[in-house]
Design a protein around this ligand. Sequence first.
Ligand SMILES: [Fe+2]
Length: 232
Amino acid sequence: MNNPLDVNPPYFHPAYAITRLRGPLEPPVVLPHGWFHEIAGPSFGHVTVKPSDNDLTIQHSGPPQGQRMVLSGRVLDSDGRGVPNTLIEIWQANSAGRYADKADPNFMPMDPNFTGAGRCFTDEQGNYKFTTIRPAAYAGPKGTVYRPAHIHVSLFGRLLSERLITQCYFPGDPLMKNDPIIGSIPNLKDRERLIVAYDEEATPLTSGGENSALSFRWDIVLRGSDSTPLLR
Ligand SMILES: [Fe+2]
C-alpha cells in the first residue's frame, strides 16, 4: 500500500509495464552500517565533468536537427535552499523521437550530430543549465502508448545511495493524459511538478541568430511535500 502522503509512484504499477519486472518481490532488507551505500561519492570514473558537458548541441561535427532549447533551474532542499555540487545527468531522444541506444526499437532516424546525453554540477546556489534539442514524443513497442516528449534526469548527492531519477515533460502535451508512467504518480498535483515552464524572460523575443533557443525552467525539490516525484 502506498503512503497517501508519498509523492512517488508505487514500486508496482501494472500499467507501467516495467514495474511488473523490476518491482521487489520481497520486503526491503536493512543494510548494516559501513557497506557501500554509505561510501561518500559518487565516483565519476576516469573522465572528469567538463564545463561543455552541459551543451548537447556541440558534441559532434555539426549542429543537431531540431528546435534548440535551454533547460535551467535549481536543485532545492525542503526549505527552498539551493543544493550545490550535485551532479545532474540528462538523457533523451532526438528531435525525431529516437534514442542513441541499442534498446530503442529503431522506428525513427538517428541524428549523427546528437547523442542525447549531458551532465553538469549545480553551482553554489544550486543552479544548473543545459543546452539541448527539444525531444519528440516517441512510439514504443507495438501495443504500447505513445510516450509524451520528455527528458530523463538523474541527480547524485553526497552518498552513493543518494540518487534521484525522474523525467520532465513539456507544458500542454496532450500525450501526458494517457501516459502510464506519469499516471503511476498517485496525485495529479504531484505530476504537475514534472512539467517544465516556458521561460518568457529568458527567451529573446527577437532572433539571436544561430544560437537562438527556447528557454524552459524546472526546479527540482529533493524533499518535503513539494518534492519532485521519482520516476524510477
Ligand atoms: Fe524515455
